[in-house]
Ligand binder design. Structure first.
Ligand code: HEC
Length: 147
């Protein structure tokens, strides 16, 4: 019986980091500054220095792949919860959608730490107008209630 409790305790302990909600810090100046430098070195080449994405981002290119979408309010980044954005950036769309999915977007799990991913997403969120940030807060709240 004791062993069973230990095992249950262990598996809850291991499951915790995944169950935990991802919290972005768009009001934390240090986090945002760090995120901005990560963005410039890792993301801007495709998503643009002013977060506008690539031209005609809704239309697949001749190679069948999608252009990089904008991360500003005109895109759909803010439609996704922080957890979805975190997993997407960490693992990349291939890991989430399927091996055969053709995409230019890499996964960053071997390039950026979790803290750096949270920082870069916090920077992106910090650039959104107040009403979009509020709507994103509401999306996070809804997602976190489900867990
Ligand atoms: C080599 C080009 C490239 C780089 C570098 C890149 N991306 Fe992307 N990204 C893309 C493309 C292309 C898509 C569209 C995905 C698809 O093919 O379906 C995308 C999609 C996304 C999405 C999902 C769409 C959305 O708006 O929710 C997120 C989030 C994202 N990228 C974040 C990042 C972050 C953060 C970085 C830097 C750490 C980054 N990307 C670096 C090309 C890139």
């Amino acid at each position: 019986m004791k062993l069973l409790f230990t095992l249950v305790g262990l598996s809850i302990g291991l499951a915790m980091p995944h169950a935990n909600a991802i919290e972005l810090k768009p009001n934390d100046k240090a986090v945002v500054a760090k995120g901005k430098s990560v963005y410039k070195s890792q993301c801007a080449a495709c998503h643009g220095f002013s977060l506008r994405g690539q031209r005609n981002w809704r239309v697949r290119k001749p190679d069948g792949k999608l252009p990089a979408p904008p991360h500003d309010k005109s895109g759909h980044t803010w439609h996704h919860s922080s957890k979805v954005l975190f997993d997407y950036t960490k693992l990349g769309p291939k890991a989430l959608i399927g091996r055969d999915y053709q995409t230019d977007m890499p996964g960053y799990k071997d390039i950026l730490s979790d803290a750096e991913i949270i920082a870069v997403l916090s920077y992106i969120k910090s650039t959104w107008p107040a009403n979009i940030r509020k709507r994103h807060d509401a999306i996070d709240k809804k997602q976190n209630h489900k867990h």
